[in-house]
Design a protein around this ligand. Structure first.
Ligand code: HIF
Length: 288
């Protein structure tokens, strides 16, 4: 006795965090009347997804584990433009809860945003560990919005999703907007970009989409008002008959969309993550 060099502290850092409390504090960061449509929720969802969507099932590389999206090497990928707004907004919480990993913080922020903007409960587990800049994935793993169904399938099959799951995920484009300063595209998908709804599907099917007349990248706007948009990759879900089956289902049945989205989004946030065996599954209660 007495010769142990290492500390006898054995509790891993992920166990020292009160995740219910982090959930509430992230929820408190959502609203800001000076940002976009008044909410950081949409960009939190995009951060969680871009942190996770680099996963490659063949090489078992990428994914949210490691929190590598915070490093300049990965943050600087073109697809990640604008995500500094989300990371900067969350940074004070990393100071407040030094034991949470960035990887857990960013994925949890996506869960909080989905739930607090009116979406389904998304099962989430803690225990991701942060890695170094050397673990960043190469550029090119996230989808290119200018392309169609074949490309969307290539990207999401690489992660291990099937057509039904891909079609369920894409409903998240009910949230937020495109920014010319980030992706080059412009506008929100519908009139309620801070509410999680099945409007992506209803708008896609029910509006007439015409090419936007402008000098920017090719995209669609709704013919009637010209205020709402679809990316070429979004339009693939209307044109491709296999995807369209699910689009029709989710447009008609919001509950089915919520249930399938929750499963697919939870799976996305866990791709490639080696969770500690005793990591509990959280189903956070939405506030109010
Ligand atoms: Fe997006 N997505 N996404 N996306 N995305 C953008 C914005 C958001 C694709 C491209 C874009 C998903 C899939 C795909 C969100 C969530 C998800 C933008 C605009 C582009 C170009 C960025 C900007 O200019 O600010 C493509 C090609 C995808 C494959 C089909 C996911 C399913 C829908 C996985 C997903 O969850 C959210 C939320 C936004 C809004 C961000 C904001 O700042 O408002």
């Amino acid at each position: 006795a007495g010769w142990y060099f290492y500390s006898n502290e054995t509790t891993p850092s992920w166990k020292k965090v009160n995740y219910n409390s982090v959930y509430k504090d992230i929820a408190g960061l959502l609203e800001d009347e000076d940002y976009d449509d008044g909410s950081y929720g949409p960009v939190f969802v995009r951060l969680a997804w871009h942190a996770s969507g680099t996963y490659d099932k063949k090489t078992r590389t990428g994914g949210s584990d490691g929190g590598t999206i915070r490093h300049t090497a990965e943050a600087g990928h073109g697809a990640n433009n604008g995500l500094e707004h989300a990371r900067d907004r969350l940074e004070p919480l990393k100071k407040q809860y030094p034991n949470i990993s960035y990887a857990d913080l960013y994925t949890l922020a996506g869960v909080v945003a989905v739930q607090e903007l009116g979406g389904p409960t998304v099962r989430w587990r803690p225990g991701r560990e942060d890695k170094t800049e050397a673990d960043c994935t190469p550029d090119g793993r996230l989808p290119d919005a200018a392309q169609g169904a074949d490309h969307v399938r290539d990207i999401f099959y690489r992660m291990g999703f099937n057509d039904q799951e891909i079609a369920a995920l894409v409903g998240a484009h009910a949230l937020g907007r495109c920014h010319t300063s980030r992706s080059g595209f412009d506008g929100p998908w519908n009139a309620s970009p801070t509410s999680f709804t099945n409007f992506f599907y209803t708008e896609l099917l029910n509006s007439t989409w015409v090419p936007k007349k402008w000098n920017g990248p090719f995209q669609y706007v709704d013919k009637e008002s010209g205020q709402f948009m679809m990316l070429p990759a979004d339009m693939a879900f209307k044109k491709d008959s296999e995807f369209r089956k699910y689009v029709e289902k989710y447009a008609a049945d919001q509950d089915a969309f919520f249930e399938d989205f929750a499963k697919a989004f939870s799976k996305l946030l866990e791709l490639g993550v080696k969770f500690p065996e005793d990591a509990p599954v959280y189903e956070f209660k939405t506030l109010e």
